[in-house]
Design a protein around this ligand. Sequence first.
Ligand code: GLU
Length: 488
Amino acid sequence: MISDIYRVRFAPSPTGYLHVGGLRTALYNYLFAKKNNGKFVLRIEDTDRNRLVEGAEEKLIDSLNWSGLTFDEGPGKEGEFGPYRQSERLDIYKKYSDQLIAQGDAYYCFCTHERLQTLREEQQKQKLPQAKYDKHCLHLSKDEVAKNLADGKSYVVRLNVKPGLPVVFDDAVKNRVEFTTEVIDDQVLIKGDGFPTYHLANVVDDHLMKITHVIRGEEWLTSTPKHVLLYNALGWELPVFAHLPLLLNPDKSKLSKRQGDVAVEDYRDKGYLKKALINFVALLGWGPQDNQEILAIDDLIERFSLDRVNSSGAVFNVDKLNWLNEQHLKLTDKNELLDLLKLELADSEYKDVNLTDTKLLMIIESMLERITFVKDIITGSSYFFEAPKEYDETVIQKQWKENSADLLKQLKAEYEKINDPVKEDYEKSLRTVAEKNEVGAGKIIHPLRLAVSGVGGGPGVFDITNIIGKEETIKRIEAAIEKIKPAN
Ligand code: GLU
């Protein structure tokens, strides 16, 4: 047994940001750990020195923290299996590489770039299905190897893959996976710069960190046979593998930057709630037995299991994400929404508008059914924060008649009579005016809406008047009477 508790890891390479696919992998690992009282480890796979990006690790950890996927062990949270940054574990990889060489399962390769290039070109000419190293250096004598090393010749270490053998492993998502060593190249394990490749470092660390379940994206499935060969050569127990389905664009191509945002921080900056993004990402390739769609993190933990992960690709549908954001907004505590709205306001042209919390809460209440993001309250209903600067022409055409100004004048007079009106009073007065003039209430409601908001849609007009208050309503009616001329 690898460990008496389940241990899983998220093992990103710090290449700049947290990809939504990475968030999905991290989330499934997290859910699996929490569901099973296991441990969730973060390991930074930074052995590809060419792809290193300054500050990428911090950004990644920031995004993970924002998402709420806190790890139990990882950089800055050292447990008994650290260090958790691969660049700090080079001597460990060297030790196992030496062991593999001594066993004959790996060998030094001194081939130059030129030789490898020529070899590849020849193989391409022969139309071989796949370019593979020809094991030239496997046949060097001990003395030749010793001399090359003594001469300081640069080298890599390669896995010695024995041809003609089956490589079979079980995958919790893909079921039984079968390869043959015929299609596996003598993979480089230690590179010319002395750093291990992903394959060696990943296997060594998963073993030493007692990882019981390797849950990762499907793009790593073709690497797994190499890993299995390494586990076998080192005499180590295989973890359970679970390869998660690819994320696809709506046109079924692989999810790419070209068709939309792929960085978690982009979604955060656009105003998605983390619980909506987490809910959405959870449903990319997995679904609960009860088909519930709106799920908070605790619901996800309760329901998660690897056997309900789909094996076919999952389409990334932003409309669904928007819908989930709307649903989660409705479920969010009003005071939390208040804080979010204040943040958005502070960042907007209305940062100096002074509204009480009670007013802001009323605005939120009136808009909640109509918004996808909290900031839609500001962009979609600026009339709560300032008087309309202009009036929608098409609404004028349709709703502003010869008698509109007169009806509003009468309405204004009614409003002036009431002290501290409540929402119902605004409506009652309007109905009184309508009756007196023998017109339908709509004949006044629409002009009133135009006067107070400048537009034709939005929350109930009496919600608006009630929120902006008597003085402001009267002022806006006066301004509209003066500025709006009926269409001919
Ligand atoms: N470093 C790999 C990545 O960037 C990890 C793959 C794995 O989980 O084994 O995704």
